[in-house]
Design a protein around this ligand. Structure first.
Ligand code: ZN
Ligand code: ZN
Ligand code: FE
Length: 757
């Protein structure tokens, strides 16, 4: 017979699923000697306790202070309720699929308790796959829901008696830790170098250590794919890895032994340090303090730095001599990171000469995520390990919506009720192997999250493969297809993240994006809602002589901008840039501009950054995406408030800007050009937003687009706008680059559907 009594319900929202939250509540309740229950719901975790008000209050406070590291507690609400009699405290399993979905957690870096166990737990001393409910692989090993061991790539490993006992014991830190394992029952590493095979983690670490010390490199299987590793202080080693990987100039990420070692080489502020040390353990773009091997970042003033996140990294750093190793994705250039052991043997053995793998499969690929901090704001450059597939944004009902994303840096997004699930970073889907990865990941998300599409949404660009994919999906399944303008989608991604309602000013500084007038857009001032937009103004159009060739060769944009502002009579030879370009090519490109052939029109802000970087001779030909803007930002060391003149007359006119820049350069006074130019763009943003506010009364500004990966521009714009009373919103959970587009597409489509119904 049920006895009804008074008790308390505590409801917790935030990131509280799939992070060991319920076992934590269980242990807490047990330590308080309380009876009751805990259950997951799609909107949070619900705890019922038989206790008095005072105890419920203390319990709620303890939830906030003691929650697992990977949990983010947003709110804790207590209310009195009627409870039945309980014989103890129990954890109830999730019932509906929407509830289990939220349990797919990102992968979590090894926790401090496990690092302690690594030296003291008899069954797990030096065990490279040690984990508990608070840490370990998650997304990368999941095959299906619910998240149970049998549905992960741990399934083939039978638990030993001890692990099984811990797995079943509610009070244990490894209660229901699906990847639980130990030295006697879990996965193991194996090293292969030519015909040599090394087993045992101590032998393997020793071998790697000697190899790195001798300037060699190693391919090693990480959480979400293979990495390539070499000593980051050995220039010969880094240069030779770069050569064999065929990665010309793009900076390599570096893993440091610990935060102290990292801080010897990089400047890390408080916010940066806490992000580096967070369970997500992303790569952080930090300002360099002391040089590593010069081939690591080829003259940029930043380092992509990270800290050990797998137990094996900690074990390795105990024995290797160097405090810093290059740790870059193991792939052939532009292809997805390798996850299969066979592909690693075939493709990475020739590159590194040594492959270290383990006998657990990676089911879902995840690159290292890349983050940059601008003050306390995180700018996600690449969103993958440690972030995906955590739901993002605040949405109207988005059930059944498939948002295909863009073309480069692609991520797609699916809607499940009011949640947006972004795929991990996929990459440039023009690459054939990456395209396969895209299709494969869509199938995986569909089955994992039991997703049945009812609406497809894509970019307006007629040639994007993602658009073709969405189109085919719509046709096959007879779904409506919605097309969203690229920069409206960028704006909507910020609107989605912050749950903004009504009209906002959208400032989108971007590389490229298909515009409704057939030109390439990318410096957009929009009046935007979630569903729609109006184009207020933009930078004037410039020709892109040679189309894509002008992206690859920033000097062409420099020529185009000066030609457009000053005509053919301009003294191009007064600038060193043009004196050094082969005459034949200069004539050919000038001819293209004169006749307007093969020269699409662009107003992409990225192209203007390209032009200025080229004029300064910082990057005349780009060897990787965004190289010119990165070098320009890197060169903007000197602080100044000065900016160049410009005018707004229908569109934003830059001829005075270019005239002043060219003048500075011709006078050999180019030191301040990068800083002044960044300030100019921020000043343009401020003035145009001011004009829009005057016209419309709007004072909320959303900033997005790939150019806002530029920290200097973002910080300056944020500063100027907020000084003038604007409320400014930026992307925090998804990248401002095209990796965030799918979220905006999803919101725009969901909102249009909502309005139509
Ligand atoms: Zn742990
Ligand atoms: Zn075991
Ligand atoms: Fe874009």
């Amino acid at each position: 017979m049920k006895v009804i009594e008074r008790g308390y319900e505590i409801f917790i929202t935030g990131l509280v699923q799939g992070v060991g939250f319920r076992p934590f509540i269980y242990r807490l309740a047990t330590s308080y000697g309380l009876t009751g229950e805990v259950v997951n719901r799609s909107d949070g975790v619900r705890v019922i306790l038989r206790c008095d008000a005072e105890t419920a209050g203390r319990f709620a406070a303890a939830i906030r202070s003691g929650a697992p590291a990977a949990a983010i507690v947003r709110s804790v609400e207590i209310r009195e309720t009627e409870v039945r009699e309980y014989s103890g405290f129990s954890i109830f399993p999730s019932h509906s699929i929407d509830e289990t979905i939220t349990e797919v957690s990102p992968d979590i870096a090894v926790c401090d308790d496990c690092l302690e166990d690594l030296v003291s737990d008899p069954g797990r001393v030096d065990y490279p796959f040690i984990n508990c409910t608070n840490c370990g692989p998650r997304f990368t090993i999941i095959r299906a829901l619910p998240y149970d061991r049998a549905n992960t790539t741990m399934a083939p490993f039978e638990m030993c008696r001890r692990c099984a006992a811990e797995y079943g014991e509610m009070s244990d830190r490894r209660f229901h830790a699906q990847p639980i394992a130990c030295n006697s029952c879990g996965p193991v590493f194996t090293l292969r170098a030519g015909t040599t095979v090394v087993t045992g983690i101590a032998n393997i670490s020793g071998f790697i250590s000697e190899r790195l010390a001798a300037g060699g490199s190693v391919a090693i299987k990480s959480v979400g794919g293979y990495n390539l590793m070499c000593d980051a202080l050995n220039e010969e080693a880094v240069a030779s890895l770069r050569k064999s990987k065929q990665r010309d100039m793009k900076p390599f990420a570096v893993m440091f032994r610990d935060i102290d070692a990292l801080k010897q080489y990089c400047h890390a502020g408080e916010e940066e340090e806490s992000m580096l040390l967070s369970w997500r353990r992303p790569i952080l773009i930090l300002r360099q303090k002391k040089p590593l091997a010069s081939s690591v970042n080829n003259g940029l003033n930043t380092i992509g730095a990270m800290l050990p996140h797998m137990p094996v990294h900690h074990l390795l750093f105990r024995v290797i001599g160097t405090p810093a190793v290059v740790l870059t994705s193991g792939n052939l250039s532009e292809e997805p990171i390798i996850i299969s052991d066979l592909a690693a043997m075939n493709d990475l053995m020739p590159v590194a000469g040594c492959v270290v793998s383990y006998n657990r499969e990676i089911n879902n690929r995840a690159d290292d995520s890349v983050v940059r901090m601008a003050g306390e704001n995180a700018i996600l450059i690449r969103r993958s390990r440690g972030f995906a597939p955590q739901p993002v944004g605040v949405l109207p009902d988005a059930e059944g919506i498939f948002a295909a994303g863009a073309e480069q840096k692609n991520s797609f997004c699916i809607g499940k009720s009011r949640q947006a699930l972004m795929s991990q970073y996929i990459g440039d889907i023009k690459n054939v192997a990456t395209w396969d990865y895209y299709c494969e990941t869509f199938r995986l998300f569909s089955s994992l999250f039991r997703f049945t599409p009812s609406l497809a949404v894509c970019d307006m660009h007629p040639d994007y493969l993602s658009g073709r994919f969405a189109g085919e999906l719509a046709e096959e399944s007879n779904l409506p297809l919605v097309k969203i303008q690229h920069h409206h989608a960028h704006a909507a991604s910020v609107i989605a993240e912050h749950g903004l309602e009504g009209k906002v000013i959208g400032v989108i500084m971007d590389g490229t994006g298909y515009g409704t007038d057939g030109n390439i857009w990318g410096s957009e001032f929009l009046i935007s809602t979630a569903a729609d937009y109006e184009r207020y103004t933009h930078f004037e159009y410039f020709m892109m002589p040679g189309g894509d060739a002008a992206v690859a060769e920033p000097w062409r944009m420099a020529l185009s901008c000066l030609y457009s502002c000053f005509g053919s009579s301009y003294d191009f030879m007064s600038l060193r840039l043009f004196r050094e370009i082969e005459e034949k090519r200069l004539i050919a490109v000038t001819e293209m501009l004169r006749q307007g052939i093969n020269s699409p029109l662009t107003c992409g802000a990225g192209r203007i950054f390209d032009a200025v970087a080229a004029l300064l001779h910082l990057c005349t030909t780009a060897s990787f995406d965004s190289e010119a803007p990165m070098r320009l930002e890197s060169a903007a060391g000197i602080d100044t408030d000065e900016y160049y003149p410009f005018s707004v007359n229908g569109t934003v006119r830059l001829s005075e800007t270019f005239s002043a820049i060219a003048g500075d350069i011709a006078r050999n006074d180019s030191g301040l050009v990068p800083a002044r130019f960044h300030n100019t763009v921020a000043q343009i943003i401020l003035e145009v937003c001011g004009a829009i506010r005057k016209d419309t009364g709007l004072d909320r500004v959303v900033l997005s687009g790939g150019v806002f990966q530029n920290r200097r521009l973002l910080e300056k714009s944020l500063y100027l706008l907020s000084m003038k009373g604007f409320r400014v919103y930026t992307n925090r959970q998804v990248p401002p680059n095209d990796g965030g587009i799918a979220l905006g597409q999803l919101l725009a489509a969901a909102e249009r559907r909502r309005i139509c119904v």
